[in-house]
Design a protein around this ligand. Structure first.
Ligand code: PMT
Length: 223
């Protein structure tokens, strides 16, 4: 049996991609499979937490004992996260949220013509930044998926989004990032301290991450 060191805690976890609809048959999205977020939700549940998992579309079976709330778009994920937030003592945002969506949604299938087509995209809300701005003593963990300058970009997101911890993965590395069963991550703490973890299964990364969340929750309670 796993240590019940998250008993009494309410974890809000996001996972998977978002899909931004273009017309009834097309959407913009990314390669997130949800494996990382589902591993976190499963591990947190095993350690005694009450877990709400807000997930974009995936092919995964939800972990037992976890409350799954499926969503499709970033806008739906935002609304669902903000609704579930008041109860959460810790939030882990591993979802790969689309930064942009098509500026207009066609109700009919877009027809091809002889011309090239230009897509106009508008910005999606940054859910994590919004949660960070209204943090209220919660432990807040983000992810950073980068293809270059991993530590620089991750440190910038940690600060900008008011996080306690950010999990940085270089998604160009074999065995890391999207749609594989392992990950290679660096954990950046708010005090500037960085830990580099070796290649681990996503389940093991989840437990390592939750060890840090348990410590952060203890520090909060000691205050
Ligand atoms: O799902 P898998 O196939 O297992 O892959 C795992 C993963 C690569 C998706 C995961 O490890 C990961 O890195 N998730 C975050 C991906 C991402 O969108 O990173 P980002 O650097 O674009 O965003 C930074 C943080 O802000 C993330 O916590 C993200 O959830 C959040 N964000 C981003 C944009 C937005 N509009 N709203 C957000 O909340």
């Amino acid at each position: 049996l796993a240590p019940q060191d998250l008993a009494g805690q309410h974890l809000l976890v996001t996972a998977g991609p978002t899909r931004e609809e273009l017309d009834p048959v097309r959407y913009l999205s990314n390669y997130s499979s949800g494996k990382m977020g589902y591993a976190i939700a499963r591990a947190a549940r095993m350690r005694g937490a009450d877990v709400v998992l807000v997930s974009g579309p995936t092919f995964l079976t939800p972990p037992q004992g976890v409350t799954l709330i499926p969503v499709v778009s970033a806008e739906q994920m935002r609304k669902t996260v903000l609704d579930a937030l008041p109860k959460a003592t810790a939030v882990v945002k591993s979802a790969a949220v689309a930064d942009y969506r098509p500026a207009s949604l066609s109700t009919q299938k877009l027809k091809k013509s002889d011309e090239d087509m230009t897509l106009v995209l508008e910005k999606n809300p940054d859910i994590l930044a919004e949660v960070g701005a209204g943090k209220e003593g919660r432990v807040l963990v983000g992810f950073a998926a980068e293809t270059q300058d991993l530590l620089k970009h991750a440190a910038d997101k940690l600060k900008r989004k008011n996080l306690d911890l950010i999990v940085a993965n270089d998604v160009t590395q074999a065995g890391a990032g999207f749609d594989v069963d392992t990950n290679i991550v660096k954990l950046l703490h708010a005090d500037g301290h960085v830990e580099a973890l070796p290649q681990l299964s996503k389940d093991e990364v989840a437990h390592q991450l939750l060890d840090r969340v348990v410590e952060l929750l203890k520090q909060r309670e000691a205050k």
